[in-house]
Each structure stands twice: as C-alpha cells, then as structure tokens.
Design a protein around this ligand. Sequence first.
Ligand code: SAH
Ligand code: SF4
Length: 300
Amino acid sequence: MNKNINFESIIDFYKNSSLEELSKKADSICRENYGNKVFLRGLIEFSNYCKMDCLYCGIRKSNTKVRRYRLTEEEILSTVKMGFNMGFRTFVLQSGEDEFFTTKVMAGIIDKIKNATAGETAITLSCGVRSKSDYKTFKEAGADRYLLRFETSDPILHSYLRNGIPLKSRLRALYALKELGYETGSGYMLGLPGETEKIRIENALLCAKLELDMVGIGPFIPHPDTPLANSKKMPLELTLRATALLRLLLPETNIPATTAAGSLRPDGRERMLAAGANVLMPNLTPSPYRRNYLLYPGKI
Ligand code: SAH
Ligand code: SF4
C-alpha cells in the first residue's frame, strides 16, 4: 500500500463532497499520471458457457434461454490479428468458467497469440477462478495480466450473490495471481441488492489493500432471466462516485470506463472518464456471437 496516501482523509473527503467536487479532484490526479491519454484494450468474449450460477449474471448456468457458443482457436486468432492491424496491443480474453478450455488448450491459444503478434501484445485473461497451477501454466505460456472482480467485499452478500461461493475463494485466487507476477485486476459492481454505502467504501478500500494494477467497476444491471430480475436499477452516480474514490486511493491504477456504465446511460463511459477512468475496452467479439454474451440486458 502506498504509505504516502492517507486513506482516512480521502474517505472523509469522499463522504463530504459532491460528485462534481470528487470528479474534479479525480480527473486532475488522472491527468497528472496519464495526461489526456486513454488506453485501449480489445475485448474478445470467447465463450459464454459457464459452470457457475452467480445470481446476477445473464449467462449463469441455469439460464436455459442463452444460446451458448465457443469461438474456435482460429476465430480467436483471426480476431486478435484483426485487432492488431487496427492498432490494438492489449487483448482481454473473457469467458464464463468453461472447462472445455482445459489448461492445455488455453496455454496453446496464449502461445499462438504471442507468436502471431511477434510478442508485441499483452494478453489479459478474465475467465474466472482456476487453480494456481493453471494460472502458472498460463503465465508461462505468455499471459501477462488477469482480471477477476471480487464483485462485493461483503462476505455474506458475496456468498448469497455467487450462489454459495465464498469471498475468500476469489481472494485466494487474486493472491495467487499476484504471487505469480501477473498484473492483477479486480473490481466490483455498484448497486447490488443489499449493498450499503459502508460496503461501497469497503469495496474501494479492498482494492487499495490489494494494490491492484487495474480496477474494473460498473453498475449492476438486473437481467430478466435471473433470480435478481426484479431488483432495482440504481443510478449511475454510485459508479461515478466510486470511480473518483478509486482514483484518489489508487492514483496510478488503470480504471476502465466500462460497458455496463455505457449500457445504463448513453453517456456513462464518458462520465466515468471524466471522473478518473483512463481505459476503454472496445468489444472485438465477432458479431454473430456478440449478442449471446449478454451478462445484462441492453449491453452495448
Ligand atoms: N466469468 C468471469 C468473467 C465474465 S463475467 C468472472 O465472473 O470473473 C465479467 C463480469 O461481468 C463479472 O465480474 C461481473 O462483475 C459482471 N457482470 C455480470 N453480471 C452483471 C450484471 N447483471 N450487471 C452488471 N455487471 C455484471
Ligand atoms: Fe459465470 Fe462469471 Fe457469470 Fe458468474 S459472473 S455466472 S462466473 S460468467
């Protein structure tokens, strides 16, 4: 943790400031570190199969309405090559927890991407909890970064929302990734049912404690084919305040302006950028599949 940063005074400032005041401060810190640059990462959603049943997620195992797909190795590689030619140098490979992609298959894909791009790309994986030995194999094959949100720092809420999976299993995975030398990203959703302002502050403090290289946050958007279909949609302001708080706590971390923010409100991503975010993740998933990776409705 950065010893020069006084977390208590930041939390005080957060509690006593308007969104405008918070954003102004966060934006100036972001500009001090990154100027007016925004980094781009190409997102490839390579499988919507998932063995997990997170209550909030549209592609959860129990949602039988989902048309499941997996990109072939060739499709993944051709998507990377297309993105590379467009100028992308970081790719995020995201999926459900899909055992079809065994340790060997994943390692093969990572290796081929590195070879096809002459080692000029950074590979970020975001495919859920796997064993430490899997993470090690992926790292050795060339993976650089891993994104695994803890979703909420409240252990009781976490177990409920993730259908019995405890918070500590995600934290264990995050510590394993850090030990293996991954640039590690995590994050959470805002506006989950049962979430309080205290939990939101704890979420941000956990990100600081984990000394994350990347923090992905976004509004929870209820999906009609999940057990949380009737939950309330909360205003974007929660996400914007959280973005600014994270920028104050973690001045140098990478914070994407997420798709969920842009799906909740048309100007959601721009507003996250103005509140301290510095990354955009355009979706490169081939269009026939894209509509089936519906974590939440209205996904842009
Ligand atoms: N299976 C992997 C990656 C895919 S899910 C994993 O769970 O880590 C990617 C992210 O989508 C999750 O971390 C979650 O924060 C977000 N997500 C899922 N359902 C959502 C919803 N209804 N609204 C907003 N974000 C959602
Ligand atoms: Fe699977 Fe991730 Fe969705 Fe949970 S959030 S059901 S692990 S895809």
